[in-house]
Ligand binder design. Structure first.
Ligand SMILES: [Zn+2]
Length: 160
C-alpha cells in the first residue's frame, strides 16, 4: 500500500485521498464489530474504532509513523540546534548563521577542505569552551545538506 501521503500536508488532496484509500484497505480487516485498528498519533494501532471515527482521527490527529516521527523530531532538533547562540552570550551569530558565513567564505575564496578543516580546528581552540562550532568540513556539509537550503552555488563548491 502506498504510504507516501502520510508525509503530505493534511489539507492536500494526496493526504485526503490517502486517508480514503487507507479506510477502504483497512475495511477488509475490520473485526466482528465492524471496527478497525486506528493508526493515528494517539491510538497508535492500540484501539479499535469505527471506520468513521478512524477517518475522523486521521483527519485531525495525523498518522503515527516512524518516518514521520523521525522526520519531525530531526527537524525540530535541527531548528533548535541551528538557532542556538554560537557561544554563551553571543548576540551576533547563531550556530547556523556562523556556519553559513564561514562556508560562504570558503567557497568564495576556494579554500580547500584541508585548509578549512585546519581553520575550524583553530577556531575550536580559540573560542570559549562549549561554543557550537563545527569541527570539520564534513560536519559543515552535513549541516548544509540537512537544511537543504538551496545553496546550489555553495553545494557546487569545487574544493571539497
Ligand atoms: Zn485514532
Amino acid at each position: 500500500m502506498d504510504k507516501s501521503w502520510i508525509t503530505k500536508a493534511k489539507w492536500s488532496r494526496d493526504y485526503v485521498n490517502g486517508v480514503n484509500n487507507f479506510i477502504e484497505f483497512a475495511s477488509q480487516s475490520q473485526n466482528s464489530l465492524g471496527k478497525i485498528l486506528c493508526p493515528c498519533k494517539s491510538c497508535i494501532n492500540r484501539y479499535f474504532h469505527s471506520m468513521k471515527d478512524v477517518k475522523d482521527h486521521l483527519e485531525h490527529n495525523e498518522l503515527n509513523t516512524k518516518e514521520q516521527n523521525d522526520h519531525s523530531e530531526k527537524f525540530s532538533n535541527l531548528m533548535q540546534d541551528a538557532g542556538a547562540e554560537l557561544y554563551h552570550g553571543c548576540k551576533t551569530f547563531s550556530k547556523l548563521s556562523f556556519i553559513l558565513n564561514l562556508y560562504h567564505l570558503k567557497c568564495l575564496h576556494s579554500w580547500t577542505a584541508r585548509s578549512f578543516d585546519m581553520l575550524l580546528e583553530l577556531l575550536v581552540d580559540a573560542f570559549p569552551k562549549g561554543a557550537l562550532l563545527p569541527k570539520s568540513t564534513y560536519e559543515v556539509k552535513k549541516i548544509m545538506k540537512a537544511f537543504d537550503l538551496g545553496y546550489t552555488k555553495i553545494d557546487a563548491c569545487p574544493n571539497d
